[in-house]
Design a protein around this ligand. Sequence first.
Ligand code: SF4
Length: 284
Amino acid sequence: MNILLSEEGIFPITKNKEGVPLKKMPNTGMSLSGTIQGEGLLAGTPSLFIRLAGCNLRCIWDKGNNEYSICDTPDSVFGKIKTVNSSINDIVDIIRHNLGNIKHIVITGGEPTLQAKPLALLCNKLKDEFKVHITLETNGTIFDEIVAKHIDLFSISPKLTSTNPDDRKLKKFGLTQTDIHKNHNLKRKNIKAIQSFINLTKKTNKSFQLKFVVTKPEDAKEIKDDYLNNLSGWSNDNIFIMPLGATREELKIFTPVALEMAITNGWRFSPRMHIQLFNERLGV
Ligand code: SF4
């Protein structure tokens, strides 16, 4: 069975599926496989990433002053960069040759649950062969029980109204409106799906985090009114506030608002260590 990955796919790696060293070294600048998880509960943990292509949302953030920031993984979403159709067995082989002492695999996107069937199979094999911890990074719009069964940490990042790709924003990026853009505001909030992830952690030793990317103080009210007040089974320790920031410069601008929001509400602040360390490089 195959799965569609974004171009950088599995990263950072130094060997191919046969274990032969690659000519190109990773974008981390280090001549070794692996990086750290930069965000949330496991920030700083050595990890390998698998990035699946495609998303059911099209986020464009409002940064204020008529400035906008497009999804920080546009290659996974907007089809600007090639995707790679990989067999599950090839992915498992690549992981085998690059895992070393790493015990954490992060499945990210795009929105990985769009490919639920092959993803469940991949996670099953990764667990079976390597006994790794698996984090699923999801926008929280789709709950798939079969995928969830194989995941240890649900890293759910629900989107706020500031991400809606309205006409103004699309114009700014020279994009034409599609049905996905039109439906973004309807689809981005799925309380039932998020609650299903949370409920599953109560019956198992799985865990979850709700990671909100913020740009302004008013986002706190929306986080409470639209999400937290409609969900149960969470505590402040599950809530991570993260500044918008695809570059170090952007991060500097939005870190104060995220820090203040986290402290005021008793929530947790999430760094974006990979941006601090590697700035805007992909595949790090
Ligand atoms: S949900 Fe995530 S991957 Fe999808 S468009 Fe939004 S930021 Fe990008």
